[in-house]
Write a protein that binds this ligand. Sequence first.
Ligand code: PBG
Length: 305
Amino acid sequence: MVMETTLSVDDLILPLFVTFGKGIRNEIKSMPGHYQLSVDNLTKEVKEIKSLGIPAVILFGIPEHKDEVGSEAYNPKGIVQQAIKTIKNKAPELMVITDVCMCEYTSHGHCGMIKQGDVDNDATLELLAKEALSHTKAGADMVAPSDMMDGRVGAIRKILDENNFNHIPIMSYAAKYASAFYGPFREAAESIPQFGDRRSYQMDPANSDEAIREVRFDIEEGADIIMVKPALPYLDIIRRVKQEFNYPVAAYNVSGEFSMIKAASKLGWMDGERAMMESLISIKRAGADLILTYFAKEAAKIIER
Ligand code: PBG
């Protein structure tokens, strides 16, 4: 009766990795229970997600070909575009969100276009806008830019509005830190930078005021939901962002947060189920409205019972 925070299946968003080919179901070693799935294998997965009552998925694509400018990201027949069509066809009521970024599609693994050995912010905006439009044309319900280039929310809002997609919301990865906790994801999405790191465009873990500035820019440019990422090491940022802006806040309980609990639980060092539920409720208590989490299916089963 006096419990202050509750976790609902409605709060959860499940990330999915979609890959090229047929009949593919490669388990991601560092993320037990998660797979790179080919489009034909999505049908079964989507049925399960629906039956658990999870309202939304976020898609990451692993294309067959990568190049300097990430062309597959905005190919109308690209991997994510095909996945969106399949999911919307099998489960129209399941919300399909797409991650908008270049890193899975570029040969160098960076989140933008490279000029003179570094990521060129402004040249990347056009590519991201094309990618977001392409996802939306394929049927995506919401786009989520995760690249951290300055000005990308505005660029995406503009191109969507010009193409009569003014009803499609943007969930921006607004405060995204340069984090070691993305390690397992980069194996899953095959997006390890081939040189350097992402510190020129992702945030310094030591900064908190900067997160507020980043979020403010994204809101001014038209973001509808703002995201803080990772979640657990940044609960203070989630709280600050919620209090400062009173906007819908999403938190990304990232791959490393998932893998740590899985690994410790496998070693018998911790009760994995309890650690999972404690993590998720803490993220909500901090102020998140939505949680992107690899635990979505397991948590949904526990919440239901
Ligand atoms: C970038 C992106 C990343 C994640 C989501 N989108 C990785 C990165 O910035 O290197 C990480 C998610 C996770 O670790 O679960 N497109």
